[in-house]
Design a protein around this ligand. Structure first.
Ligand code: BGC
Length: 877
């Protein structure tokens, strides 16, 4: 083998110094570090070992879970001692000890054994704490406004006394809609726009806070603000459980309990709040100290300005669930690039980046001055904001100054998708730091990193990243700006793989899979176009394969089997529902199909501002997805031990495949349906083409690409399949040409027109129709960059676990690339560089994992964990 000087590479900082005795680390319970508020009978535990030792893997483990740290330090697992389990599993190992009770504090550690049976040692101790497991653990009732109060933001408070400093305090709380909760004026947790959006008739998510350090001996206050969120109600349910140093126990709970501290409710400075509309805040109505002890409300005022007793209200009916996903948080800030005066007294701030969140303002001026802030993605020709594509979303905040010096304000219960803010009514001229954008989203950590020598591809990767960052709001939303912001299942069919590569979305997506199951029709098994069901139709379009795909991806990336078993019945019933609508293996209903292709390919005047494809028949698309769903169902059945179902769905898939071919194959064109890109790449990607015909279909696809000069004609779904199919069929160069186009329609075209997030349409449009400029569905290219340009993929074959595939390409236009992907076992990484005919490759296989390395022109090789260097001589120019 030729040894070539390798470029300098430094693997990600990995924390453990060489030579230190390795021990399991990064201990997680339900994917979180030391979580409070777990409400599952068998929480899952994960760990990994960081070592430079090549080929290191786990052969056995022992988990200890104890009821106290002392016991754990004596190696006593009084809750669970797994004993020495001969297994390589270190991800999502389910607790199997004595039943855990509500509020139970659990301390745990793990020991692992390596290849030669050598002990890797015990980890440091970690913890998790159980939440409220039984409905009757909730002493608190829902409380809301007195009768005939206007439906507007409410302020709740309860004052109470502690005879000694607390030794332990837990606050369990939620609201309908959004809420924020405070103890002695200190906000609990960092969540905003909490709880995550669910169908509250099925599940209401609550959070657990450690309130100890916010409490004190003597007088205390717990207070909450409840906004509208996704609900029409303004209800609070909160329960603060305190143990004090003198042995006393205090419970503060919403409701009408004679023996408990009382609650009061009032309105306040937030006059209205709406996710789409914005927030109206009158700072003159602030009540100083309302959330602190010693507050004495000013007497008088009208009915609404007084503190009164809240009423006990009927809850929404859903079960209370400890919020299993990361809350929405402020994740960053952007300063305004420039502020221009578009018209006299009308200023427009440009943040340079389309994103989702809100902006903080800093202002001084006379009391009663009203500042209006209009948010938009685009500008009109005169420099004012263009809000026409927001449809009925007003996206406008209003702030009335109290005149007390420097005032700093951000809204609480709305958010906007915007790049520009138009300011009206500002006292004077806004200073450069008057407005700061706050980037907000579910606090899902970013995951993969990608970079290559082609700056256009890097820019596309960033475009995808910013679009996803704007669309993680408790559910994966379609867009953040107009009157929509929903989890569209059709978009997710294409987008979820990219999401899994770019974000640690396992908790987020597992919750979303549950949202889909929650929305399922109990009688028919039909699911809905959006989850929670806020728009679109029931039954969902048959393209809604994301219901099966998301659990499949989570299983591949995180060894998460529970997401498969938890939703198994639902997924099965959905596939059966599709069967009930099918005739001889074909599925004749479709609403969206390969949605929003280039406008010339769509039916003029069709729904979605002309977004229905004219050339990709809906029934063909539906049947292909019906096949895909049956195929995935068979795989899921196999993975979860349902062998009868595995065979049945595999037979169903065979039947659909045959029917598809009979119905849509056209021998004279060597392809399917209309023979356009979408029809052929769909058939190829799904595996619907008989092996002997694949070369002909690929050839048709390539001819079609020649005709369009390597421009795509696909919509939200088939765009993904086009790139994937070309790459898998050995035409990565063609895929690259499509991906790096800069003329319409292409990602490069969007960038050239100034896009900083992905558009909904391939065209640059505005006006009242569907033309979001921050729409995640065309981001499916994001996973293609990892898988095919960098060459880092997971082994997707059934039964494969902890196995990666590294396939650095021999691509004429790209001289180097690198990608890394943190996993539960460590970081998987590839770096390659091409010089002339030599390809230098370095891969890193995480601990306890294996990989197949496919170098161009060489037989595949299997490698164990650790770093590996390869050189390959490339044939040809
Ligand atoms: C959403 C899309 C979705 C479509 C389906 C739209 O309103 O924004 O992302 O694919 O509806 O009809």
């Amino acid at each position: 083998m030729i040894v070539r000087p390798c470029w300098v590479f430094c693997l990600l900082a990995l924390g453990t110094s060489l030579g230190a005795a390795p021990a399991p680390m990064d201990l997680r319970c339900e994917y979180a570090t030391d979580p409070l508020g777990i409400d599952l009978a068998a929480p899952r535990l994960s760990w990994r070992v960081e070592t430079e030792e090549a080929g290191a893997a786990q052969t056995a483990y022992r988990v200890l879970v104890a009821s106290s740290l002392e016991r754990l330090s004596r190696d006593e697992g009084d809750l669970w001692d797994s004993g020495r389990v001969m297994s390589p599993e270190c991800a999502n190992v389910a607790y199997a000890g004595i039943p855990l009770s509500s509020r139970q504090a659990c301390w745990w550690k793990v020991r692992a054994w390596g290849e030669q049976g050598n002990s890797i040692g015990f980890s440091a101790p970690h913890s998790f704490e159980m939440a409220l497991l039984r409905p009757d653990d909730w002493r608190a009732d829902w409380i809301g406004p007195p009768p005939a109060w206007p439906g507007r933001t409410l302020y709740f408070r309860s004052a109470f006394h502690l005879s000694a400093a607390p030794t332990r305090a837990r606050l369990y709380a939620t609201g309908l809609g959004y809420y924020e909760i405070f103890v002695n004026g200190r906000k609990q947790g960092e969540a905003v726009l909490d709880p995550a959006h669910t169908d509250v008739s099925k599940r209401v998510l609550y959070s657990t806070y450690d309130a100890k350090t916010s409490l004190q001996a003597g007088d205390n206050v717990v207070a909450a603000i409840v906004g509208t969120g996704w609900e029409d109600t303004h209800l609070l349910r909160a329960q603060l459980e305190i143990e004090c140093g003198d042995g006393s126990k205090v419970l503060v709970a919403t409701g009408k309990f004679q023996e408990l501290p009382e609650w009061q409710v009032a309105t306040g400075p937030i006059l209205s709040d709406s996710i789409y509309g914005g927030e109206f805040y009158d700072a003159r109505l602030e009540r100083k100290g309302w959330d602190l002890p010693g507050y004495a409300p000013a007497p008088g005022g009208d009915r609404l300005n007084q503190w009164v007793k809240p009423l006990v209200a009927r809850g929404p009916g859903g079960r209370m669930q400890a919020q299993p996903l990361e809350p929405i948080q402020v994740m960053g800030e952007i300063s305004s690039r420039r502020v221009t005066e578009a018209k006299p007294g009308v200023y427009v701030a440009d943040f340079g980046q389309n994103h989702a969140g809100w902006r903080r303002l800093r202002v001084r001026g006379p009391a009663g001055t009203k500042v209006i802030l209009r948010h938009a993605e685009l500008l009109n020709g005169d420099g004012t904001v263009d809000q026409s594509n927001l449809r009925i979303a007003e996206a406008t905040d209003r702030y009335v100054l109290n005149g007390g010096g420097l005032e700093t304000w951000s809204p609480r219960f709305t958010y906007h998708g915007y790049r520009y803010v138009q300011v009206e009514g500002w006292p004077g001229v806004p200073a450069p730091d008057a407005l700061t954008a706050m980037v907000i989203r579910s606090a899902v950590p970013e995951r993969g990193q990608f970079e290559c020598s082609d700056e256009l591809l890097n820019r596309i990767h960033r475009l995808v990243g910013w679009t996803e960052r704007s669309n993680l709001y408790g559910v994966p939303t379609d867009c953040p700006q107009r009157d929509e912001r929903m989890g569209w299942l059709n978009d997710l069919g294409a987008r979820s793989e990219e999401l899994v590569y770019n974000f640690e979305a396992e908790r987020f997506l597992e919750n979303f899979a549950r949202d889909i199951t929650d929305a399922q029709n109990p009688a028919t098994g039909a699911i809905t176009d959006t989850a929670p069901f806020e728009g679109g139709r029931e039954p969902a379009d048959p393209v809604s394969v994301s219901y099966l795909l998301i659990p499949t991806l989570l299983h591949q990336h995180y060894s998460d089997r529970r997401v498969l078993t938890d939703n198994y019945e639902g997924m099965r019933r959905w596939v059966d529902y599709l069967t009930s609508r099918s005739a001889d293996g074909l599925l004749p209903y479709s609403y969206y199909g390969d949605w929003a292709p280039p406008i010339g390919e769509a039916v003029a005047g069709s729904i979605g501002s002309g977004a229905v494809s004219a050339k990709t028949p809906g029934d063909l698309v539906s049947t292909a997805f019906y096949f895909y769903s049956a195929k995935l169902m068979s795989q899921i059945a196999s993975e979860t031990g349902h062998s009868g179902d595995q065979a049945a769905y595999s037979q169903l898939a065979d039947k659909i495949r045959a029917a598809f071919h009979r119905a849509y194959w056209h021998d004279q064109i060597g392809g399917y349906g209309s023979g356009n890109q979408a029809c052929n790449c769909l058939a190829l990607y799904m595996g619907l083409v008989p092996p002997e015909l694949r070369p002909r279909v690929v050839a048709s696809l390539l001819r079609e690409l020649e005709r369009t000069h390597f421009h795509l004609t696909t919509g939200n779904l088939c765009t993904k399949y086009l790139l994937e199919v070309l790459s898998a069929e050995g035409h990565l160069d063609a895929a690259l040409r499509v991906a790096t186009q800069t003329s319409y329609p292409s990602w490069g075209y969007m960038l050239d027109q100034g896009a900083t997030t992905l558009w909904e349409r391939w065209e640059q449009q505005t006006g009242g129709g569907m033309n979001s400029h921050n729409h995640a569905m065309l981001g499916s290219i994001g996973s293609w960059l990892y898988r095919w340009v960098a060459g880092l993929a997971l082994d997707e074959s059934p039964g494969a676990a902890r196995h990666f595939v590294f396939q650095p390409p021999a691509l004429a236009g790209i001289s180097q690339a690198r990608a890394s992907l943190p996993t539960l076992w460590g970081v998987a990484e590839i770096r390659w560089r091409r010089e002339g005919q030599i390809l230098d490759v370095v891969v890193r296989v995480p601990w306890n994992c294996t990989a197949t390395v496919r170098l161009p022109g060489q037989p595949p090789r299997e490698v164990a964990s650790g770093m590996h260097k390869f050189d390959a001589h490339l044939a040809g120019p």
